[in-house]
Structure formats: structure tokens, C-alpha cells
Design a protein around this ligand. Sequence first.
Ligand code: TYD
Length: 210
Amino acid sequence: MTGRFITLEGGDGAGKTTQAELLTAWLEAHGRTVVRTREPGGTDLGLRIREIVLHDRGHVSPRAEALLYAADRAHHIETVVRPAVARGDVVLQDRYIDSSVAYQGVARGLGAEAIRGMSDWAADGLVPDATVLLDLDVTVGRARVAAARGDTFDRLESEAAAFHETVRQAFLDMASAEPERFLTVDASAAQDDVQAAIRAGLAPVVGIAP
Ligand code: TYD
């Protein structure tokens, strides 16, 4: 079996975790070995970086922030993702380079091309076989996060609504620029309908009938 690298992107509260769990069940039912992982924080080193980048109370300069995500990624891709894909597993990953482009490149204003170039270098050029974009109205997403966690936002989540609107638009622009890699799904639909759309879109990528 050929390994696959599939990423999930979208704003906070779009349902990436729930949808990845449902997707894992489907893939495993079809005999695939699935590695669920995320950035930042998919390794022990990454968990320490995640703590700094999301929960440090002090100011983290935008370039430092971008480099911390890239450091997490470099280690994670080399030690977790590439070995799993080489074994023939399906890697299902919450967030990847597109998040860096949307948050640091566009919303923080560091430049989409600069951040993509730097991130590609960190990941040594690994491109996902498919990227699922769970697209959701920012207000709805934030209300879901607040309801689930009682209003405790991390450093990135605490940014103003306009920041998150910019992030959303940046993801949509990337999806239109690379339609062969992106599968954009309306995340406001019922959970099962969202999952059905994802399975239908990914079926050819993973070689399973939908
Ligand atoms: P996430 O894993 O969704 O956090 P949680 O599930 O605990 O809410 O994402 C962490 C945050 O990091 C999210 O706000 C987006 C941000 N992020 C970036 O800004 N750049 C990146 O490259 C990545 C991977 C995430």
C-alpha cells in the first residue's frame, strides 16, 4: 500500500478534530493504518514549542512565531510524517504549511510567498497528497470554541475577528489557486454530511470506494 499524507485546514471551531476522528474510523474499517497527528505539537519537542507559541504570556514577535512553527514542522515531518508515509500508512494531520501561510504570511503580514518558501524548506519540500479545507463563518467557529471550552482562548485564538476573517479568506484563496490538492467543504453543514463530503472527495486519493 502506498502511503498518503493528508492535511486538514480551517479556522478554529471548524471541526477538524471531530472530522479527522470520523475519517480515521472509515480508513481503518478499510484496512488502512492511520497516523493522527498535528502541528504544532506532534512530537515531544513540538509540544514544548507549542507551549511557547500558543501559551507564552509575553509578546512573541511575528518572525519568531513563524520560525517556531517551522522548527516544530521540520522535526515533525522528518521524524513522524515521512517515516509513516514510507511505511505505507495514511497520515492525517491537523494543520500544515497552509496554516503558516494564512496566519503568519497573510494575517500577520509577513508575506505569503516568504512564509511558504521558508516552510517548504523546513519540511524539505513535502507536499500533501490532499488538503481538506473546512470552511466556516468566523463568528460561528468562535462561538463553537467558546461553547466547548468556556471562553478560554489561546494566544492566536484571542486575535480580533478581523484577523480570523483574513485567515479564512487566505485559505479560500489558496484552495482556488490549487484546486487539485484542496477539497473545500462547507463546515456549517451537519457533521455527517461534512464527513460524507470528505469521504467522497478523498476516496480516489486513498483508493477506497466512497
Ligand atoms: P490548533 O491545533 O487548532 O489548536 P487547538 O486545536 O488547541 O485550538 O492550532 C493552534 C493554533 O496555531 C491555531 O490558532 C493556528 C495556529 N497556527 C499558526 O498560526 N501557524 C501554523 O503554522 C500552525 C500549524 C498553526
